[in-house]
Design a binder for this molecule. Sequence first.
Ligand code: 3H9
Length: 675
Amino acid sequence: MIRSEKTGPILRITIDNPPVNALGAGVRAGLAQAIAAAAEDQSVGAVIVTGSGKLFSAGADISEFGKPLADPQLPDVLAAIETCPKPVIAAINGTALGGGLEIALACHYRVALASAKLGLPEVKLGILPGAGGTQRLPRLVGVEAALKMIVSGDPVSASTAAASGLVDMVVESAEGLFDAAAAFANSPARPTSARAVSGDAASADAFVAANPRLFRGLTAPFACVEAVKAAATLPLAEGLATERRLFLELVSGEQSQALRHAFFAERSAARIEDLPKDIAKRPVGRVGVIGAGTMGGGIAMNFLSAGLPVTMVETSAEALERGAALIRKNYEATAAKGRLTTAQVEAAMALLTPTLEFGALGECDLVIEAVYENMEVKKQVFGRLDAVARPGAILASNTSYLDVDAIAACTSRPQDVLGMHFFSPANVMKLVEVVRGAKTAPDVLATIMALGQKIGKVPVVAGVCYGFIGNRMLIPRQDNALSLVMEGASPEQVDKVHTDFGMPMGPFQMTDLAGVDIGWHRDPERIDDLKDALCAQGRWGQKTGAGFYDYDAARKRSSSPVVAALIEEFRKREGVTPRAICDEEIVVRTLYTMVNEGAKILEEGIAQRSSDIDVVWLYGYGWPRWTGGPMFWAEREGFAKIVAGLERYAKSMPEGFSISPLLRQQATATEEPVA
Ligand code: 3H9
């Protein structure tokens, strides 16, 4: 795990713990031993610490958290590095994160490869840098720059690190890294902790005030600030003690457990249990997209951004031009924010071939259909596609609800067909539900999962059912939300329960964003429910400036007296006497019902594992990450409590409601024994 090699007076210590050089117990022990030996060995003049492979180190071994950590502890190992009488130089050969970067901070000098990324992402796991990072980083870069890195958790490039004083030198090629590091071998040992901190507690407070978004709902960012303030105001030993105390508090806290669950859940979602790991994938060199609407364009952008050529097909020249122009507009907006160069925009656009020729899809290795959500239309498109696509091409539908098996059956090659359900806006949202049909070939599934990751998405496998994982769970939530309003709640009350919980928006805010008219029968005379009543009045959501709420020109939301009157009128018409609805009932009927549906999804094998459901909601709908996702949250909440709640309100639920047998089983298995 730790390799030591001596060249002349220089001892090179290499962290060699694939795949990411995590700092588990073995690595910590090896590193401590190697440093102690170097300090004692008269023939060693200087030490270089580096990582093997492409990474320096991804930091502490996250899987060790939650249990007592074996000695030596990382802070002690780093203290030994810092107090080594010989110069210790970090040769940062690649990504250095968390405890990995903290090793480098404890070294006396830092030389980084230009391609390396440096970061302290602990906050994303609900903790803070716990091996001196909060004390040493401010000593190198000052309070403000340190807070930016520690509280956002986002890594910086080697050149940014050099500009801020975090690294001493940037090297362009890997071959030159060790010579550059060795150039510091005759410099004096220079402990970071001996430096003064630039910036003070007031600059930390100013950072908090200027960045409210980074703190919303979370506890760790506040602890990060407290620790950095300690660096600015206390002697090192006390600062380190503050950091340690906060680290231990956070690591055993609920948020960190949930965030660590989310980290591992995302990675296990990529694994498909019944596929051989080394299955050969189909090459995908060109992608076809049918439909240049908002969805088709967004889907196309994912591939263009990843350097894959895209053929985009439409039926009218006008729609095609509008689609291509929208893609350009989106790229240019990103460039205007400084996140893309003009050259990158042009490079992406050069990969796009808009065409009216359906036959052009014959050149594509993967074709994604993103047309109107209607089974007959989709069946027709797949029939045509079957006639032009080359043998072996993968044919995907972006349907968000429909039966992928029925779509596949319209082709002569159902083994090549699956669903790729992107979430809107498709160029931004990271989730893709990969819908595995009854006949989808294993290599087709494996190819799309790998391709999804390549384009920066989080792909999750789902089986065929109405709405797959995410939208299927949305149905009971939205149905109950509407019933609750009929029975006496206001849209505002229901939405507030959700936003207080941490959701980016509530059920009605979401309906307004997506369009109240989705699925509407389009007959203004026929009013079956509240949504019909809104649609009949042209209140189709944000796009018409009015839905369950009113919107101004800047799409700022406000409560609508018109809607309040409509609701009242509608209740009267239905003979409903409104009653006071408590928030607890809203939680049960809109959140517990989602968990119930999730349990059914598991029962039926639609999701491979409970954590996949969490990943769908974290990445597709903005479920608050610090609760771990609906199924992780449910376990915390208590399955028995959830079942009891569902039973209590079962009579009020929309027709067809039933409690999942799996959920009942879990409730019994986890129920506290009655004393
Ligand atoms: C810390 O350092 C605390 C200290 O301040 C204080 C201590 C006292 N541990 O993501 P990938 C696994 S907290 C354990 O697919 P990539 C990962 O699960 C740590 N395992 O690769 C996966 O396993 P599997 C702060 C880890 O190339 C495999 O490695 N550091 C760790 O897409 C490959 O990972 C972080 O938060 C870990 N630290 O991305 C960094 N890291 O194959 C977390 C990865 O079985 N890591 N694994 O599914 C990352 O951000 C990405 O993994 C990284 C590579 C960018 C490094």
